[in-house]
Write a protein that binds this ligand. Structure first.
Ligand SMILES: [Zn+2]
Length: 273
């Protein structure tokens, strides 16, 4: 195993891992013609009409590693790992996948590389869109493993069934940007594997070959091509008991009020609040 056996893609993936956030942003803005940074630091790019929203986050919990170490798994897959700190494959792996989709697939989607996911979705909450989009559903490329999906509480039974029918394994988790965007756009969302394992720990690693293969798996989800509405507004009233106490509800209301104002609409929840 020598460094010469690494392909351009392998090296590019390592570059995504070791670059600090500003350097990676400059790279993306340079390489993706028409990509734009919004005022909170997210990078946006519309491919085609932007039918679905696809996200990956640029921020990582620790600063990027100086270098990544490569090795091979017992089934001969290329693997990147680090020394003391996590290598930030959560979610630089997702960023690379999103970049790859922009460069090489012919799907119709809106790409957003966010900031602030690891600190509660700041970038997603404040992301500024240049016009009103009618997304069919949201896909985050921010999940560990090779073939799993996570729906949080942002999927209808129909969406869940349609995604799982594509051959993914369902896993359960806490949060990703899809959770914020799904509620912002009143549609379903899902998070899907991009090859990393043991994120946020010193033994984090990335199976590079799983990341590269994940591109084809994501495309199956992109091909659903149907709008999956999820009415979060109804959900509040129907499931108010478990969903939120007063303070949560107020924060939720304030968030939507701000969002609706941004869209130039009336506050939708005024009369019921
Ligand atoms: Zn993540």
């Amino acid at each position: 195993m020598t460094e010469e056996s690494l392909t351009f893609e392998d090296k590019e993936i390592a570059y995504f891992l070791i670059s600090d956030i500003d350097k990676l942003k400059s790279y993306l803005l340079k390489k993706i013609k028409g990509a734009k940074e919004d005022k909170v630091g997210n990078i946006h790019y519309v491919k085609g009409r932007g039918k679905i929203l696809v996200t990956a986050h640029l921020d990582t919990v620790f600063s990027p590693p100086k270098k990544v170490y490569y090795s091979y798994t017992s089934d001969k897959k290329l693997k990147y790992s680090g020394e003391i700190n996590p290598i930030g494959a959560d979610d630089r792996a997702g960023c690379w996948a999103l970049y790859k989709h922009i460069k090489e697939t012919d799907k119709d989607f809106y790409a957003i590389f966010t900031v602030g996911e690891e600190t509660g979705g700041y970038g997603a909450q404040n992301a500024v869109f240049d016009k009103k989009y009618d997304f069919q559903y949201i896909v985050s490329l921010d999940r560990y493993g090779a073939n799993n999906v996570c729906f949080y509480d942002i999927a209808t039974e129909e969406f869940r069934r349609d995604v799982l029918a594509l051959g993914f394994e369902e896993t359960f988790g806490g949060f990703t940007d899809a959770c914020v965007f799904a509620e912002r756009f009143n549609v379903c969302g899902v998070n899907v594997s991009v090859g990393y394992m043991q994120a946020h720990t010193s033994s984090e690693y990335l199976i590079v070959d799983d990341l590269k293969d994940s591109i084809y798996k994501h495309m199956k989800i992109f091909s659903l091509n149907k709008k999956y509405v999820y009415d979060y507004y109804d959900d509040i009233y129907m499931y108010g008991k478990y969903r939120k106490d007063y303070y949560d509800f107020k924060a939720y209301y304030d968030f939507w009020a701000k969002y609706d104002k941004y869209l130039g609409k009336e506050y939708r929840y005024q009369e019921k609040y």
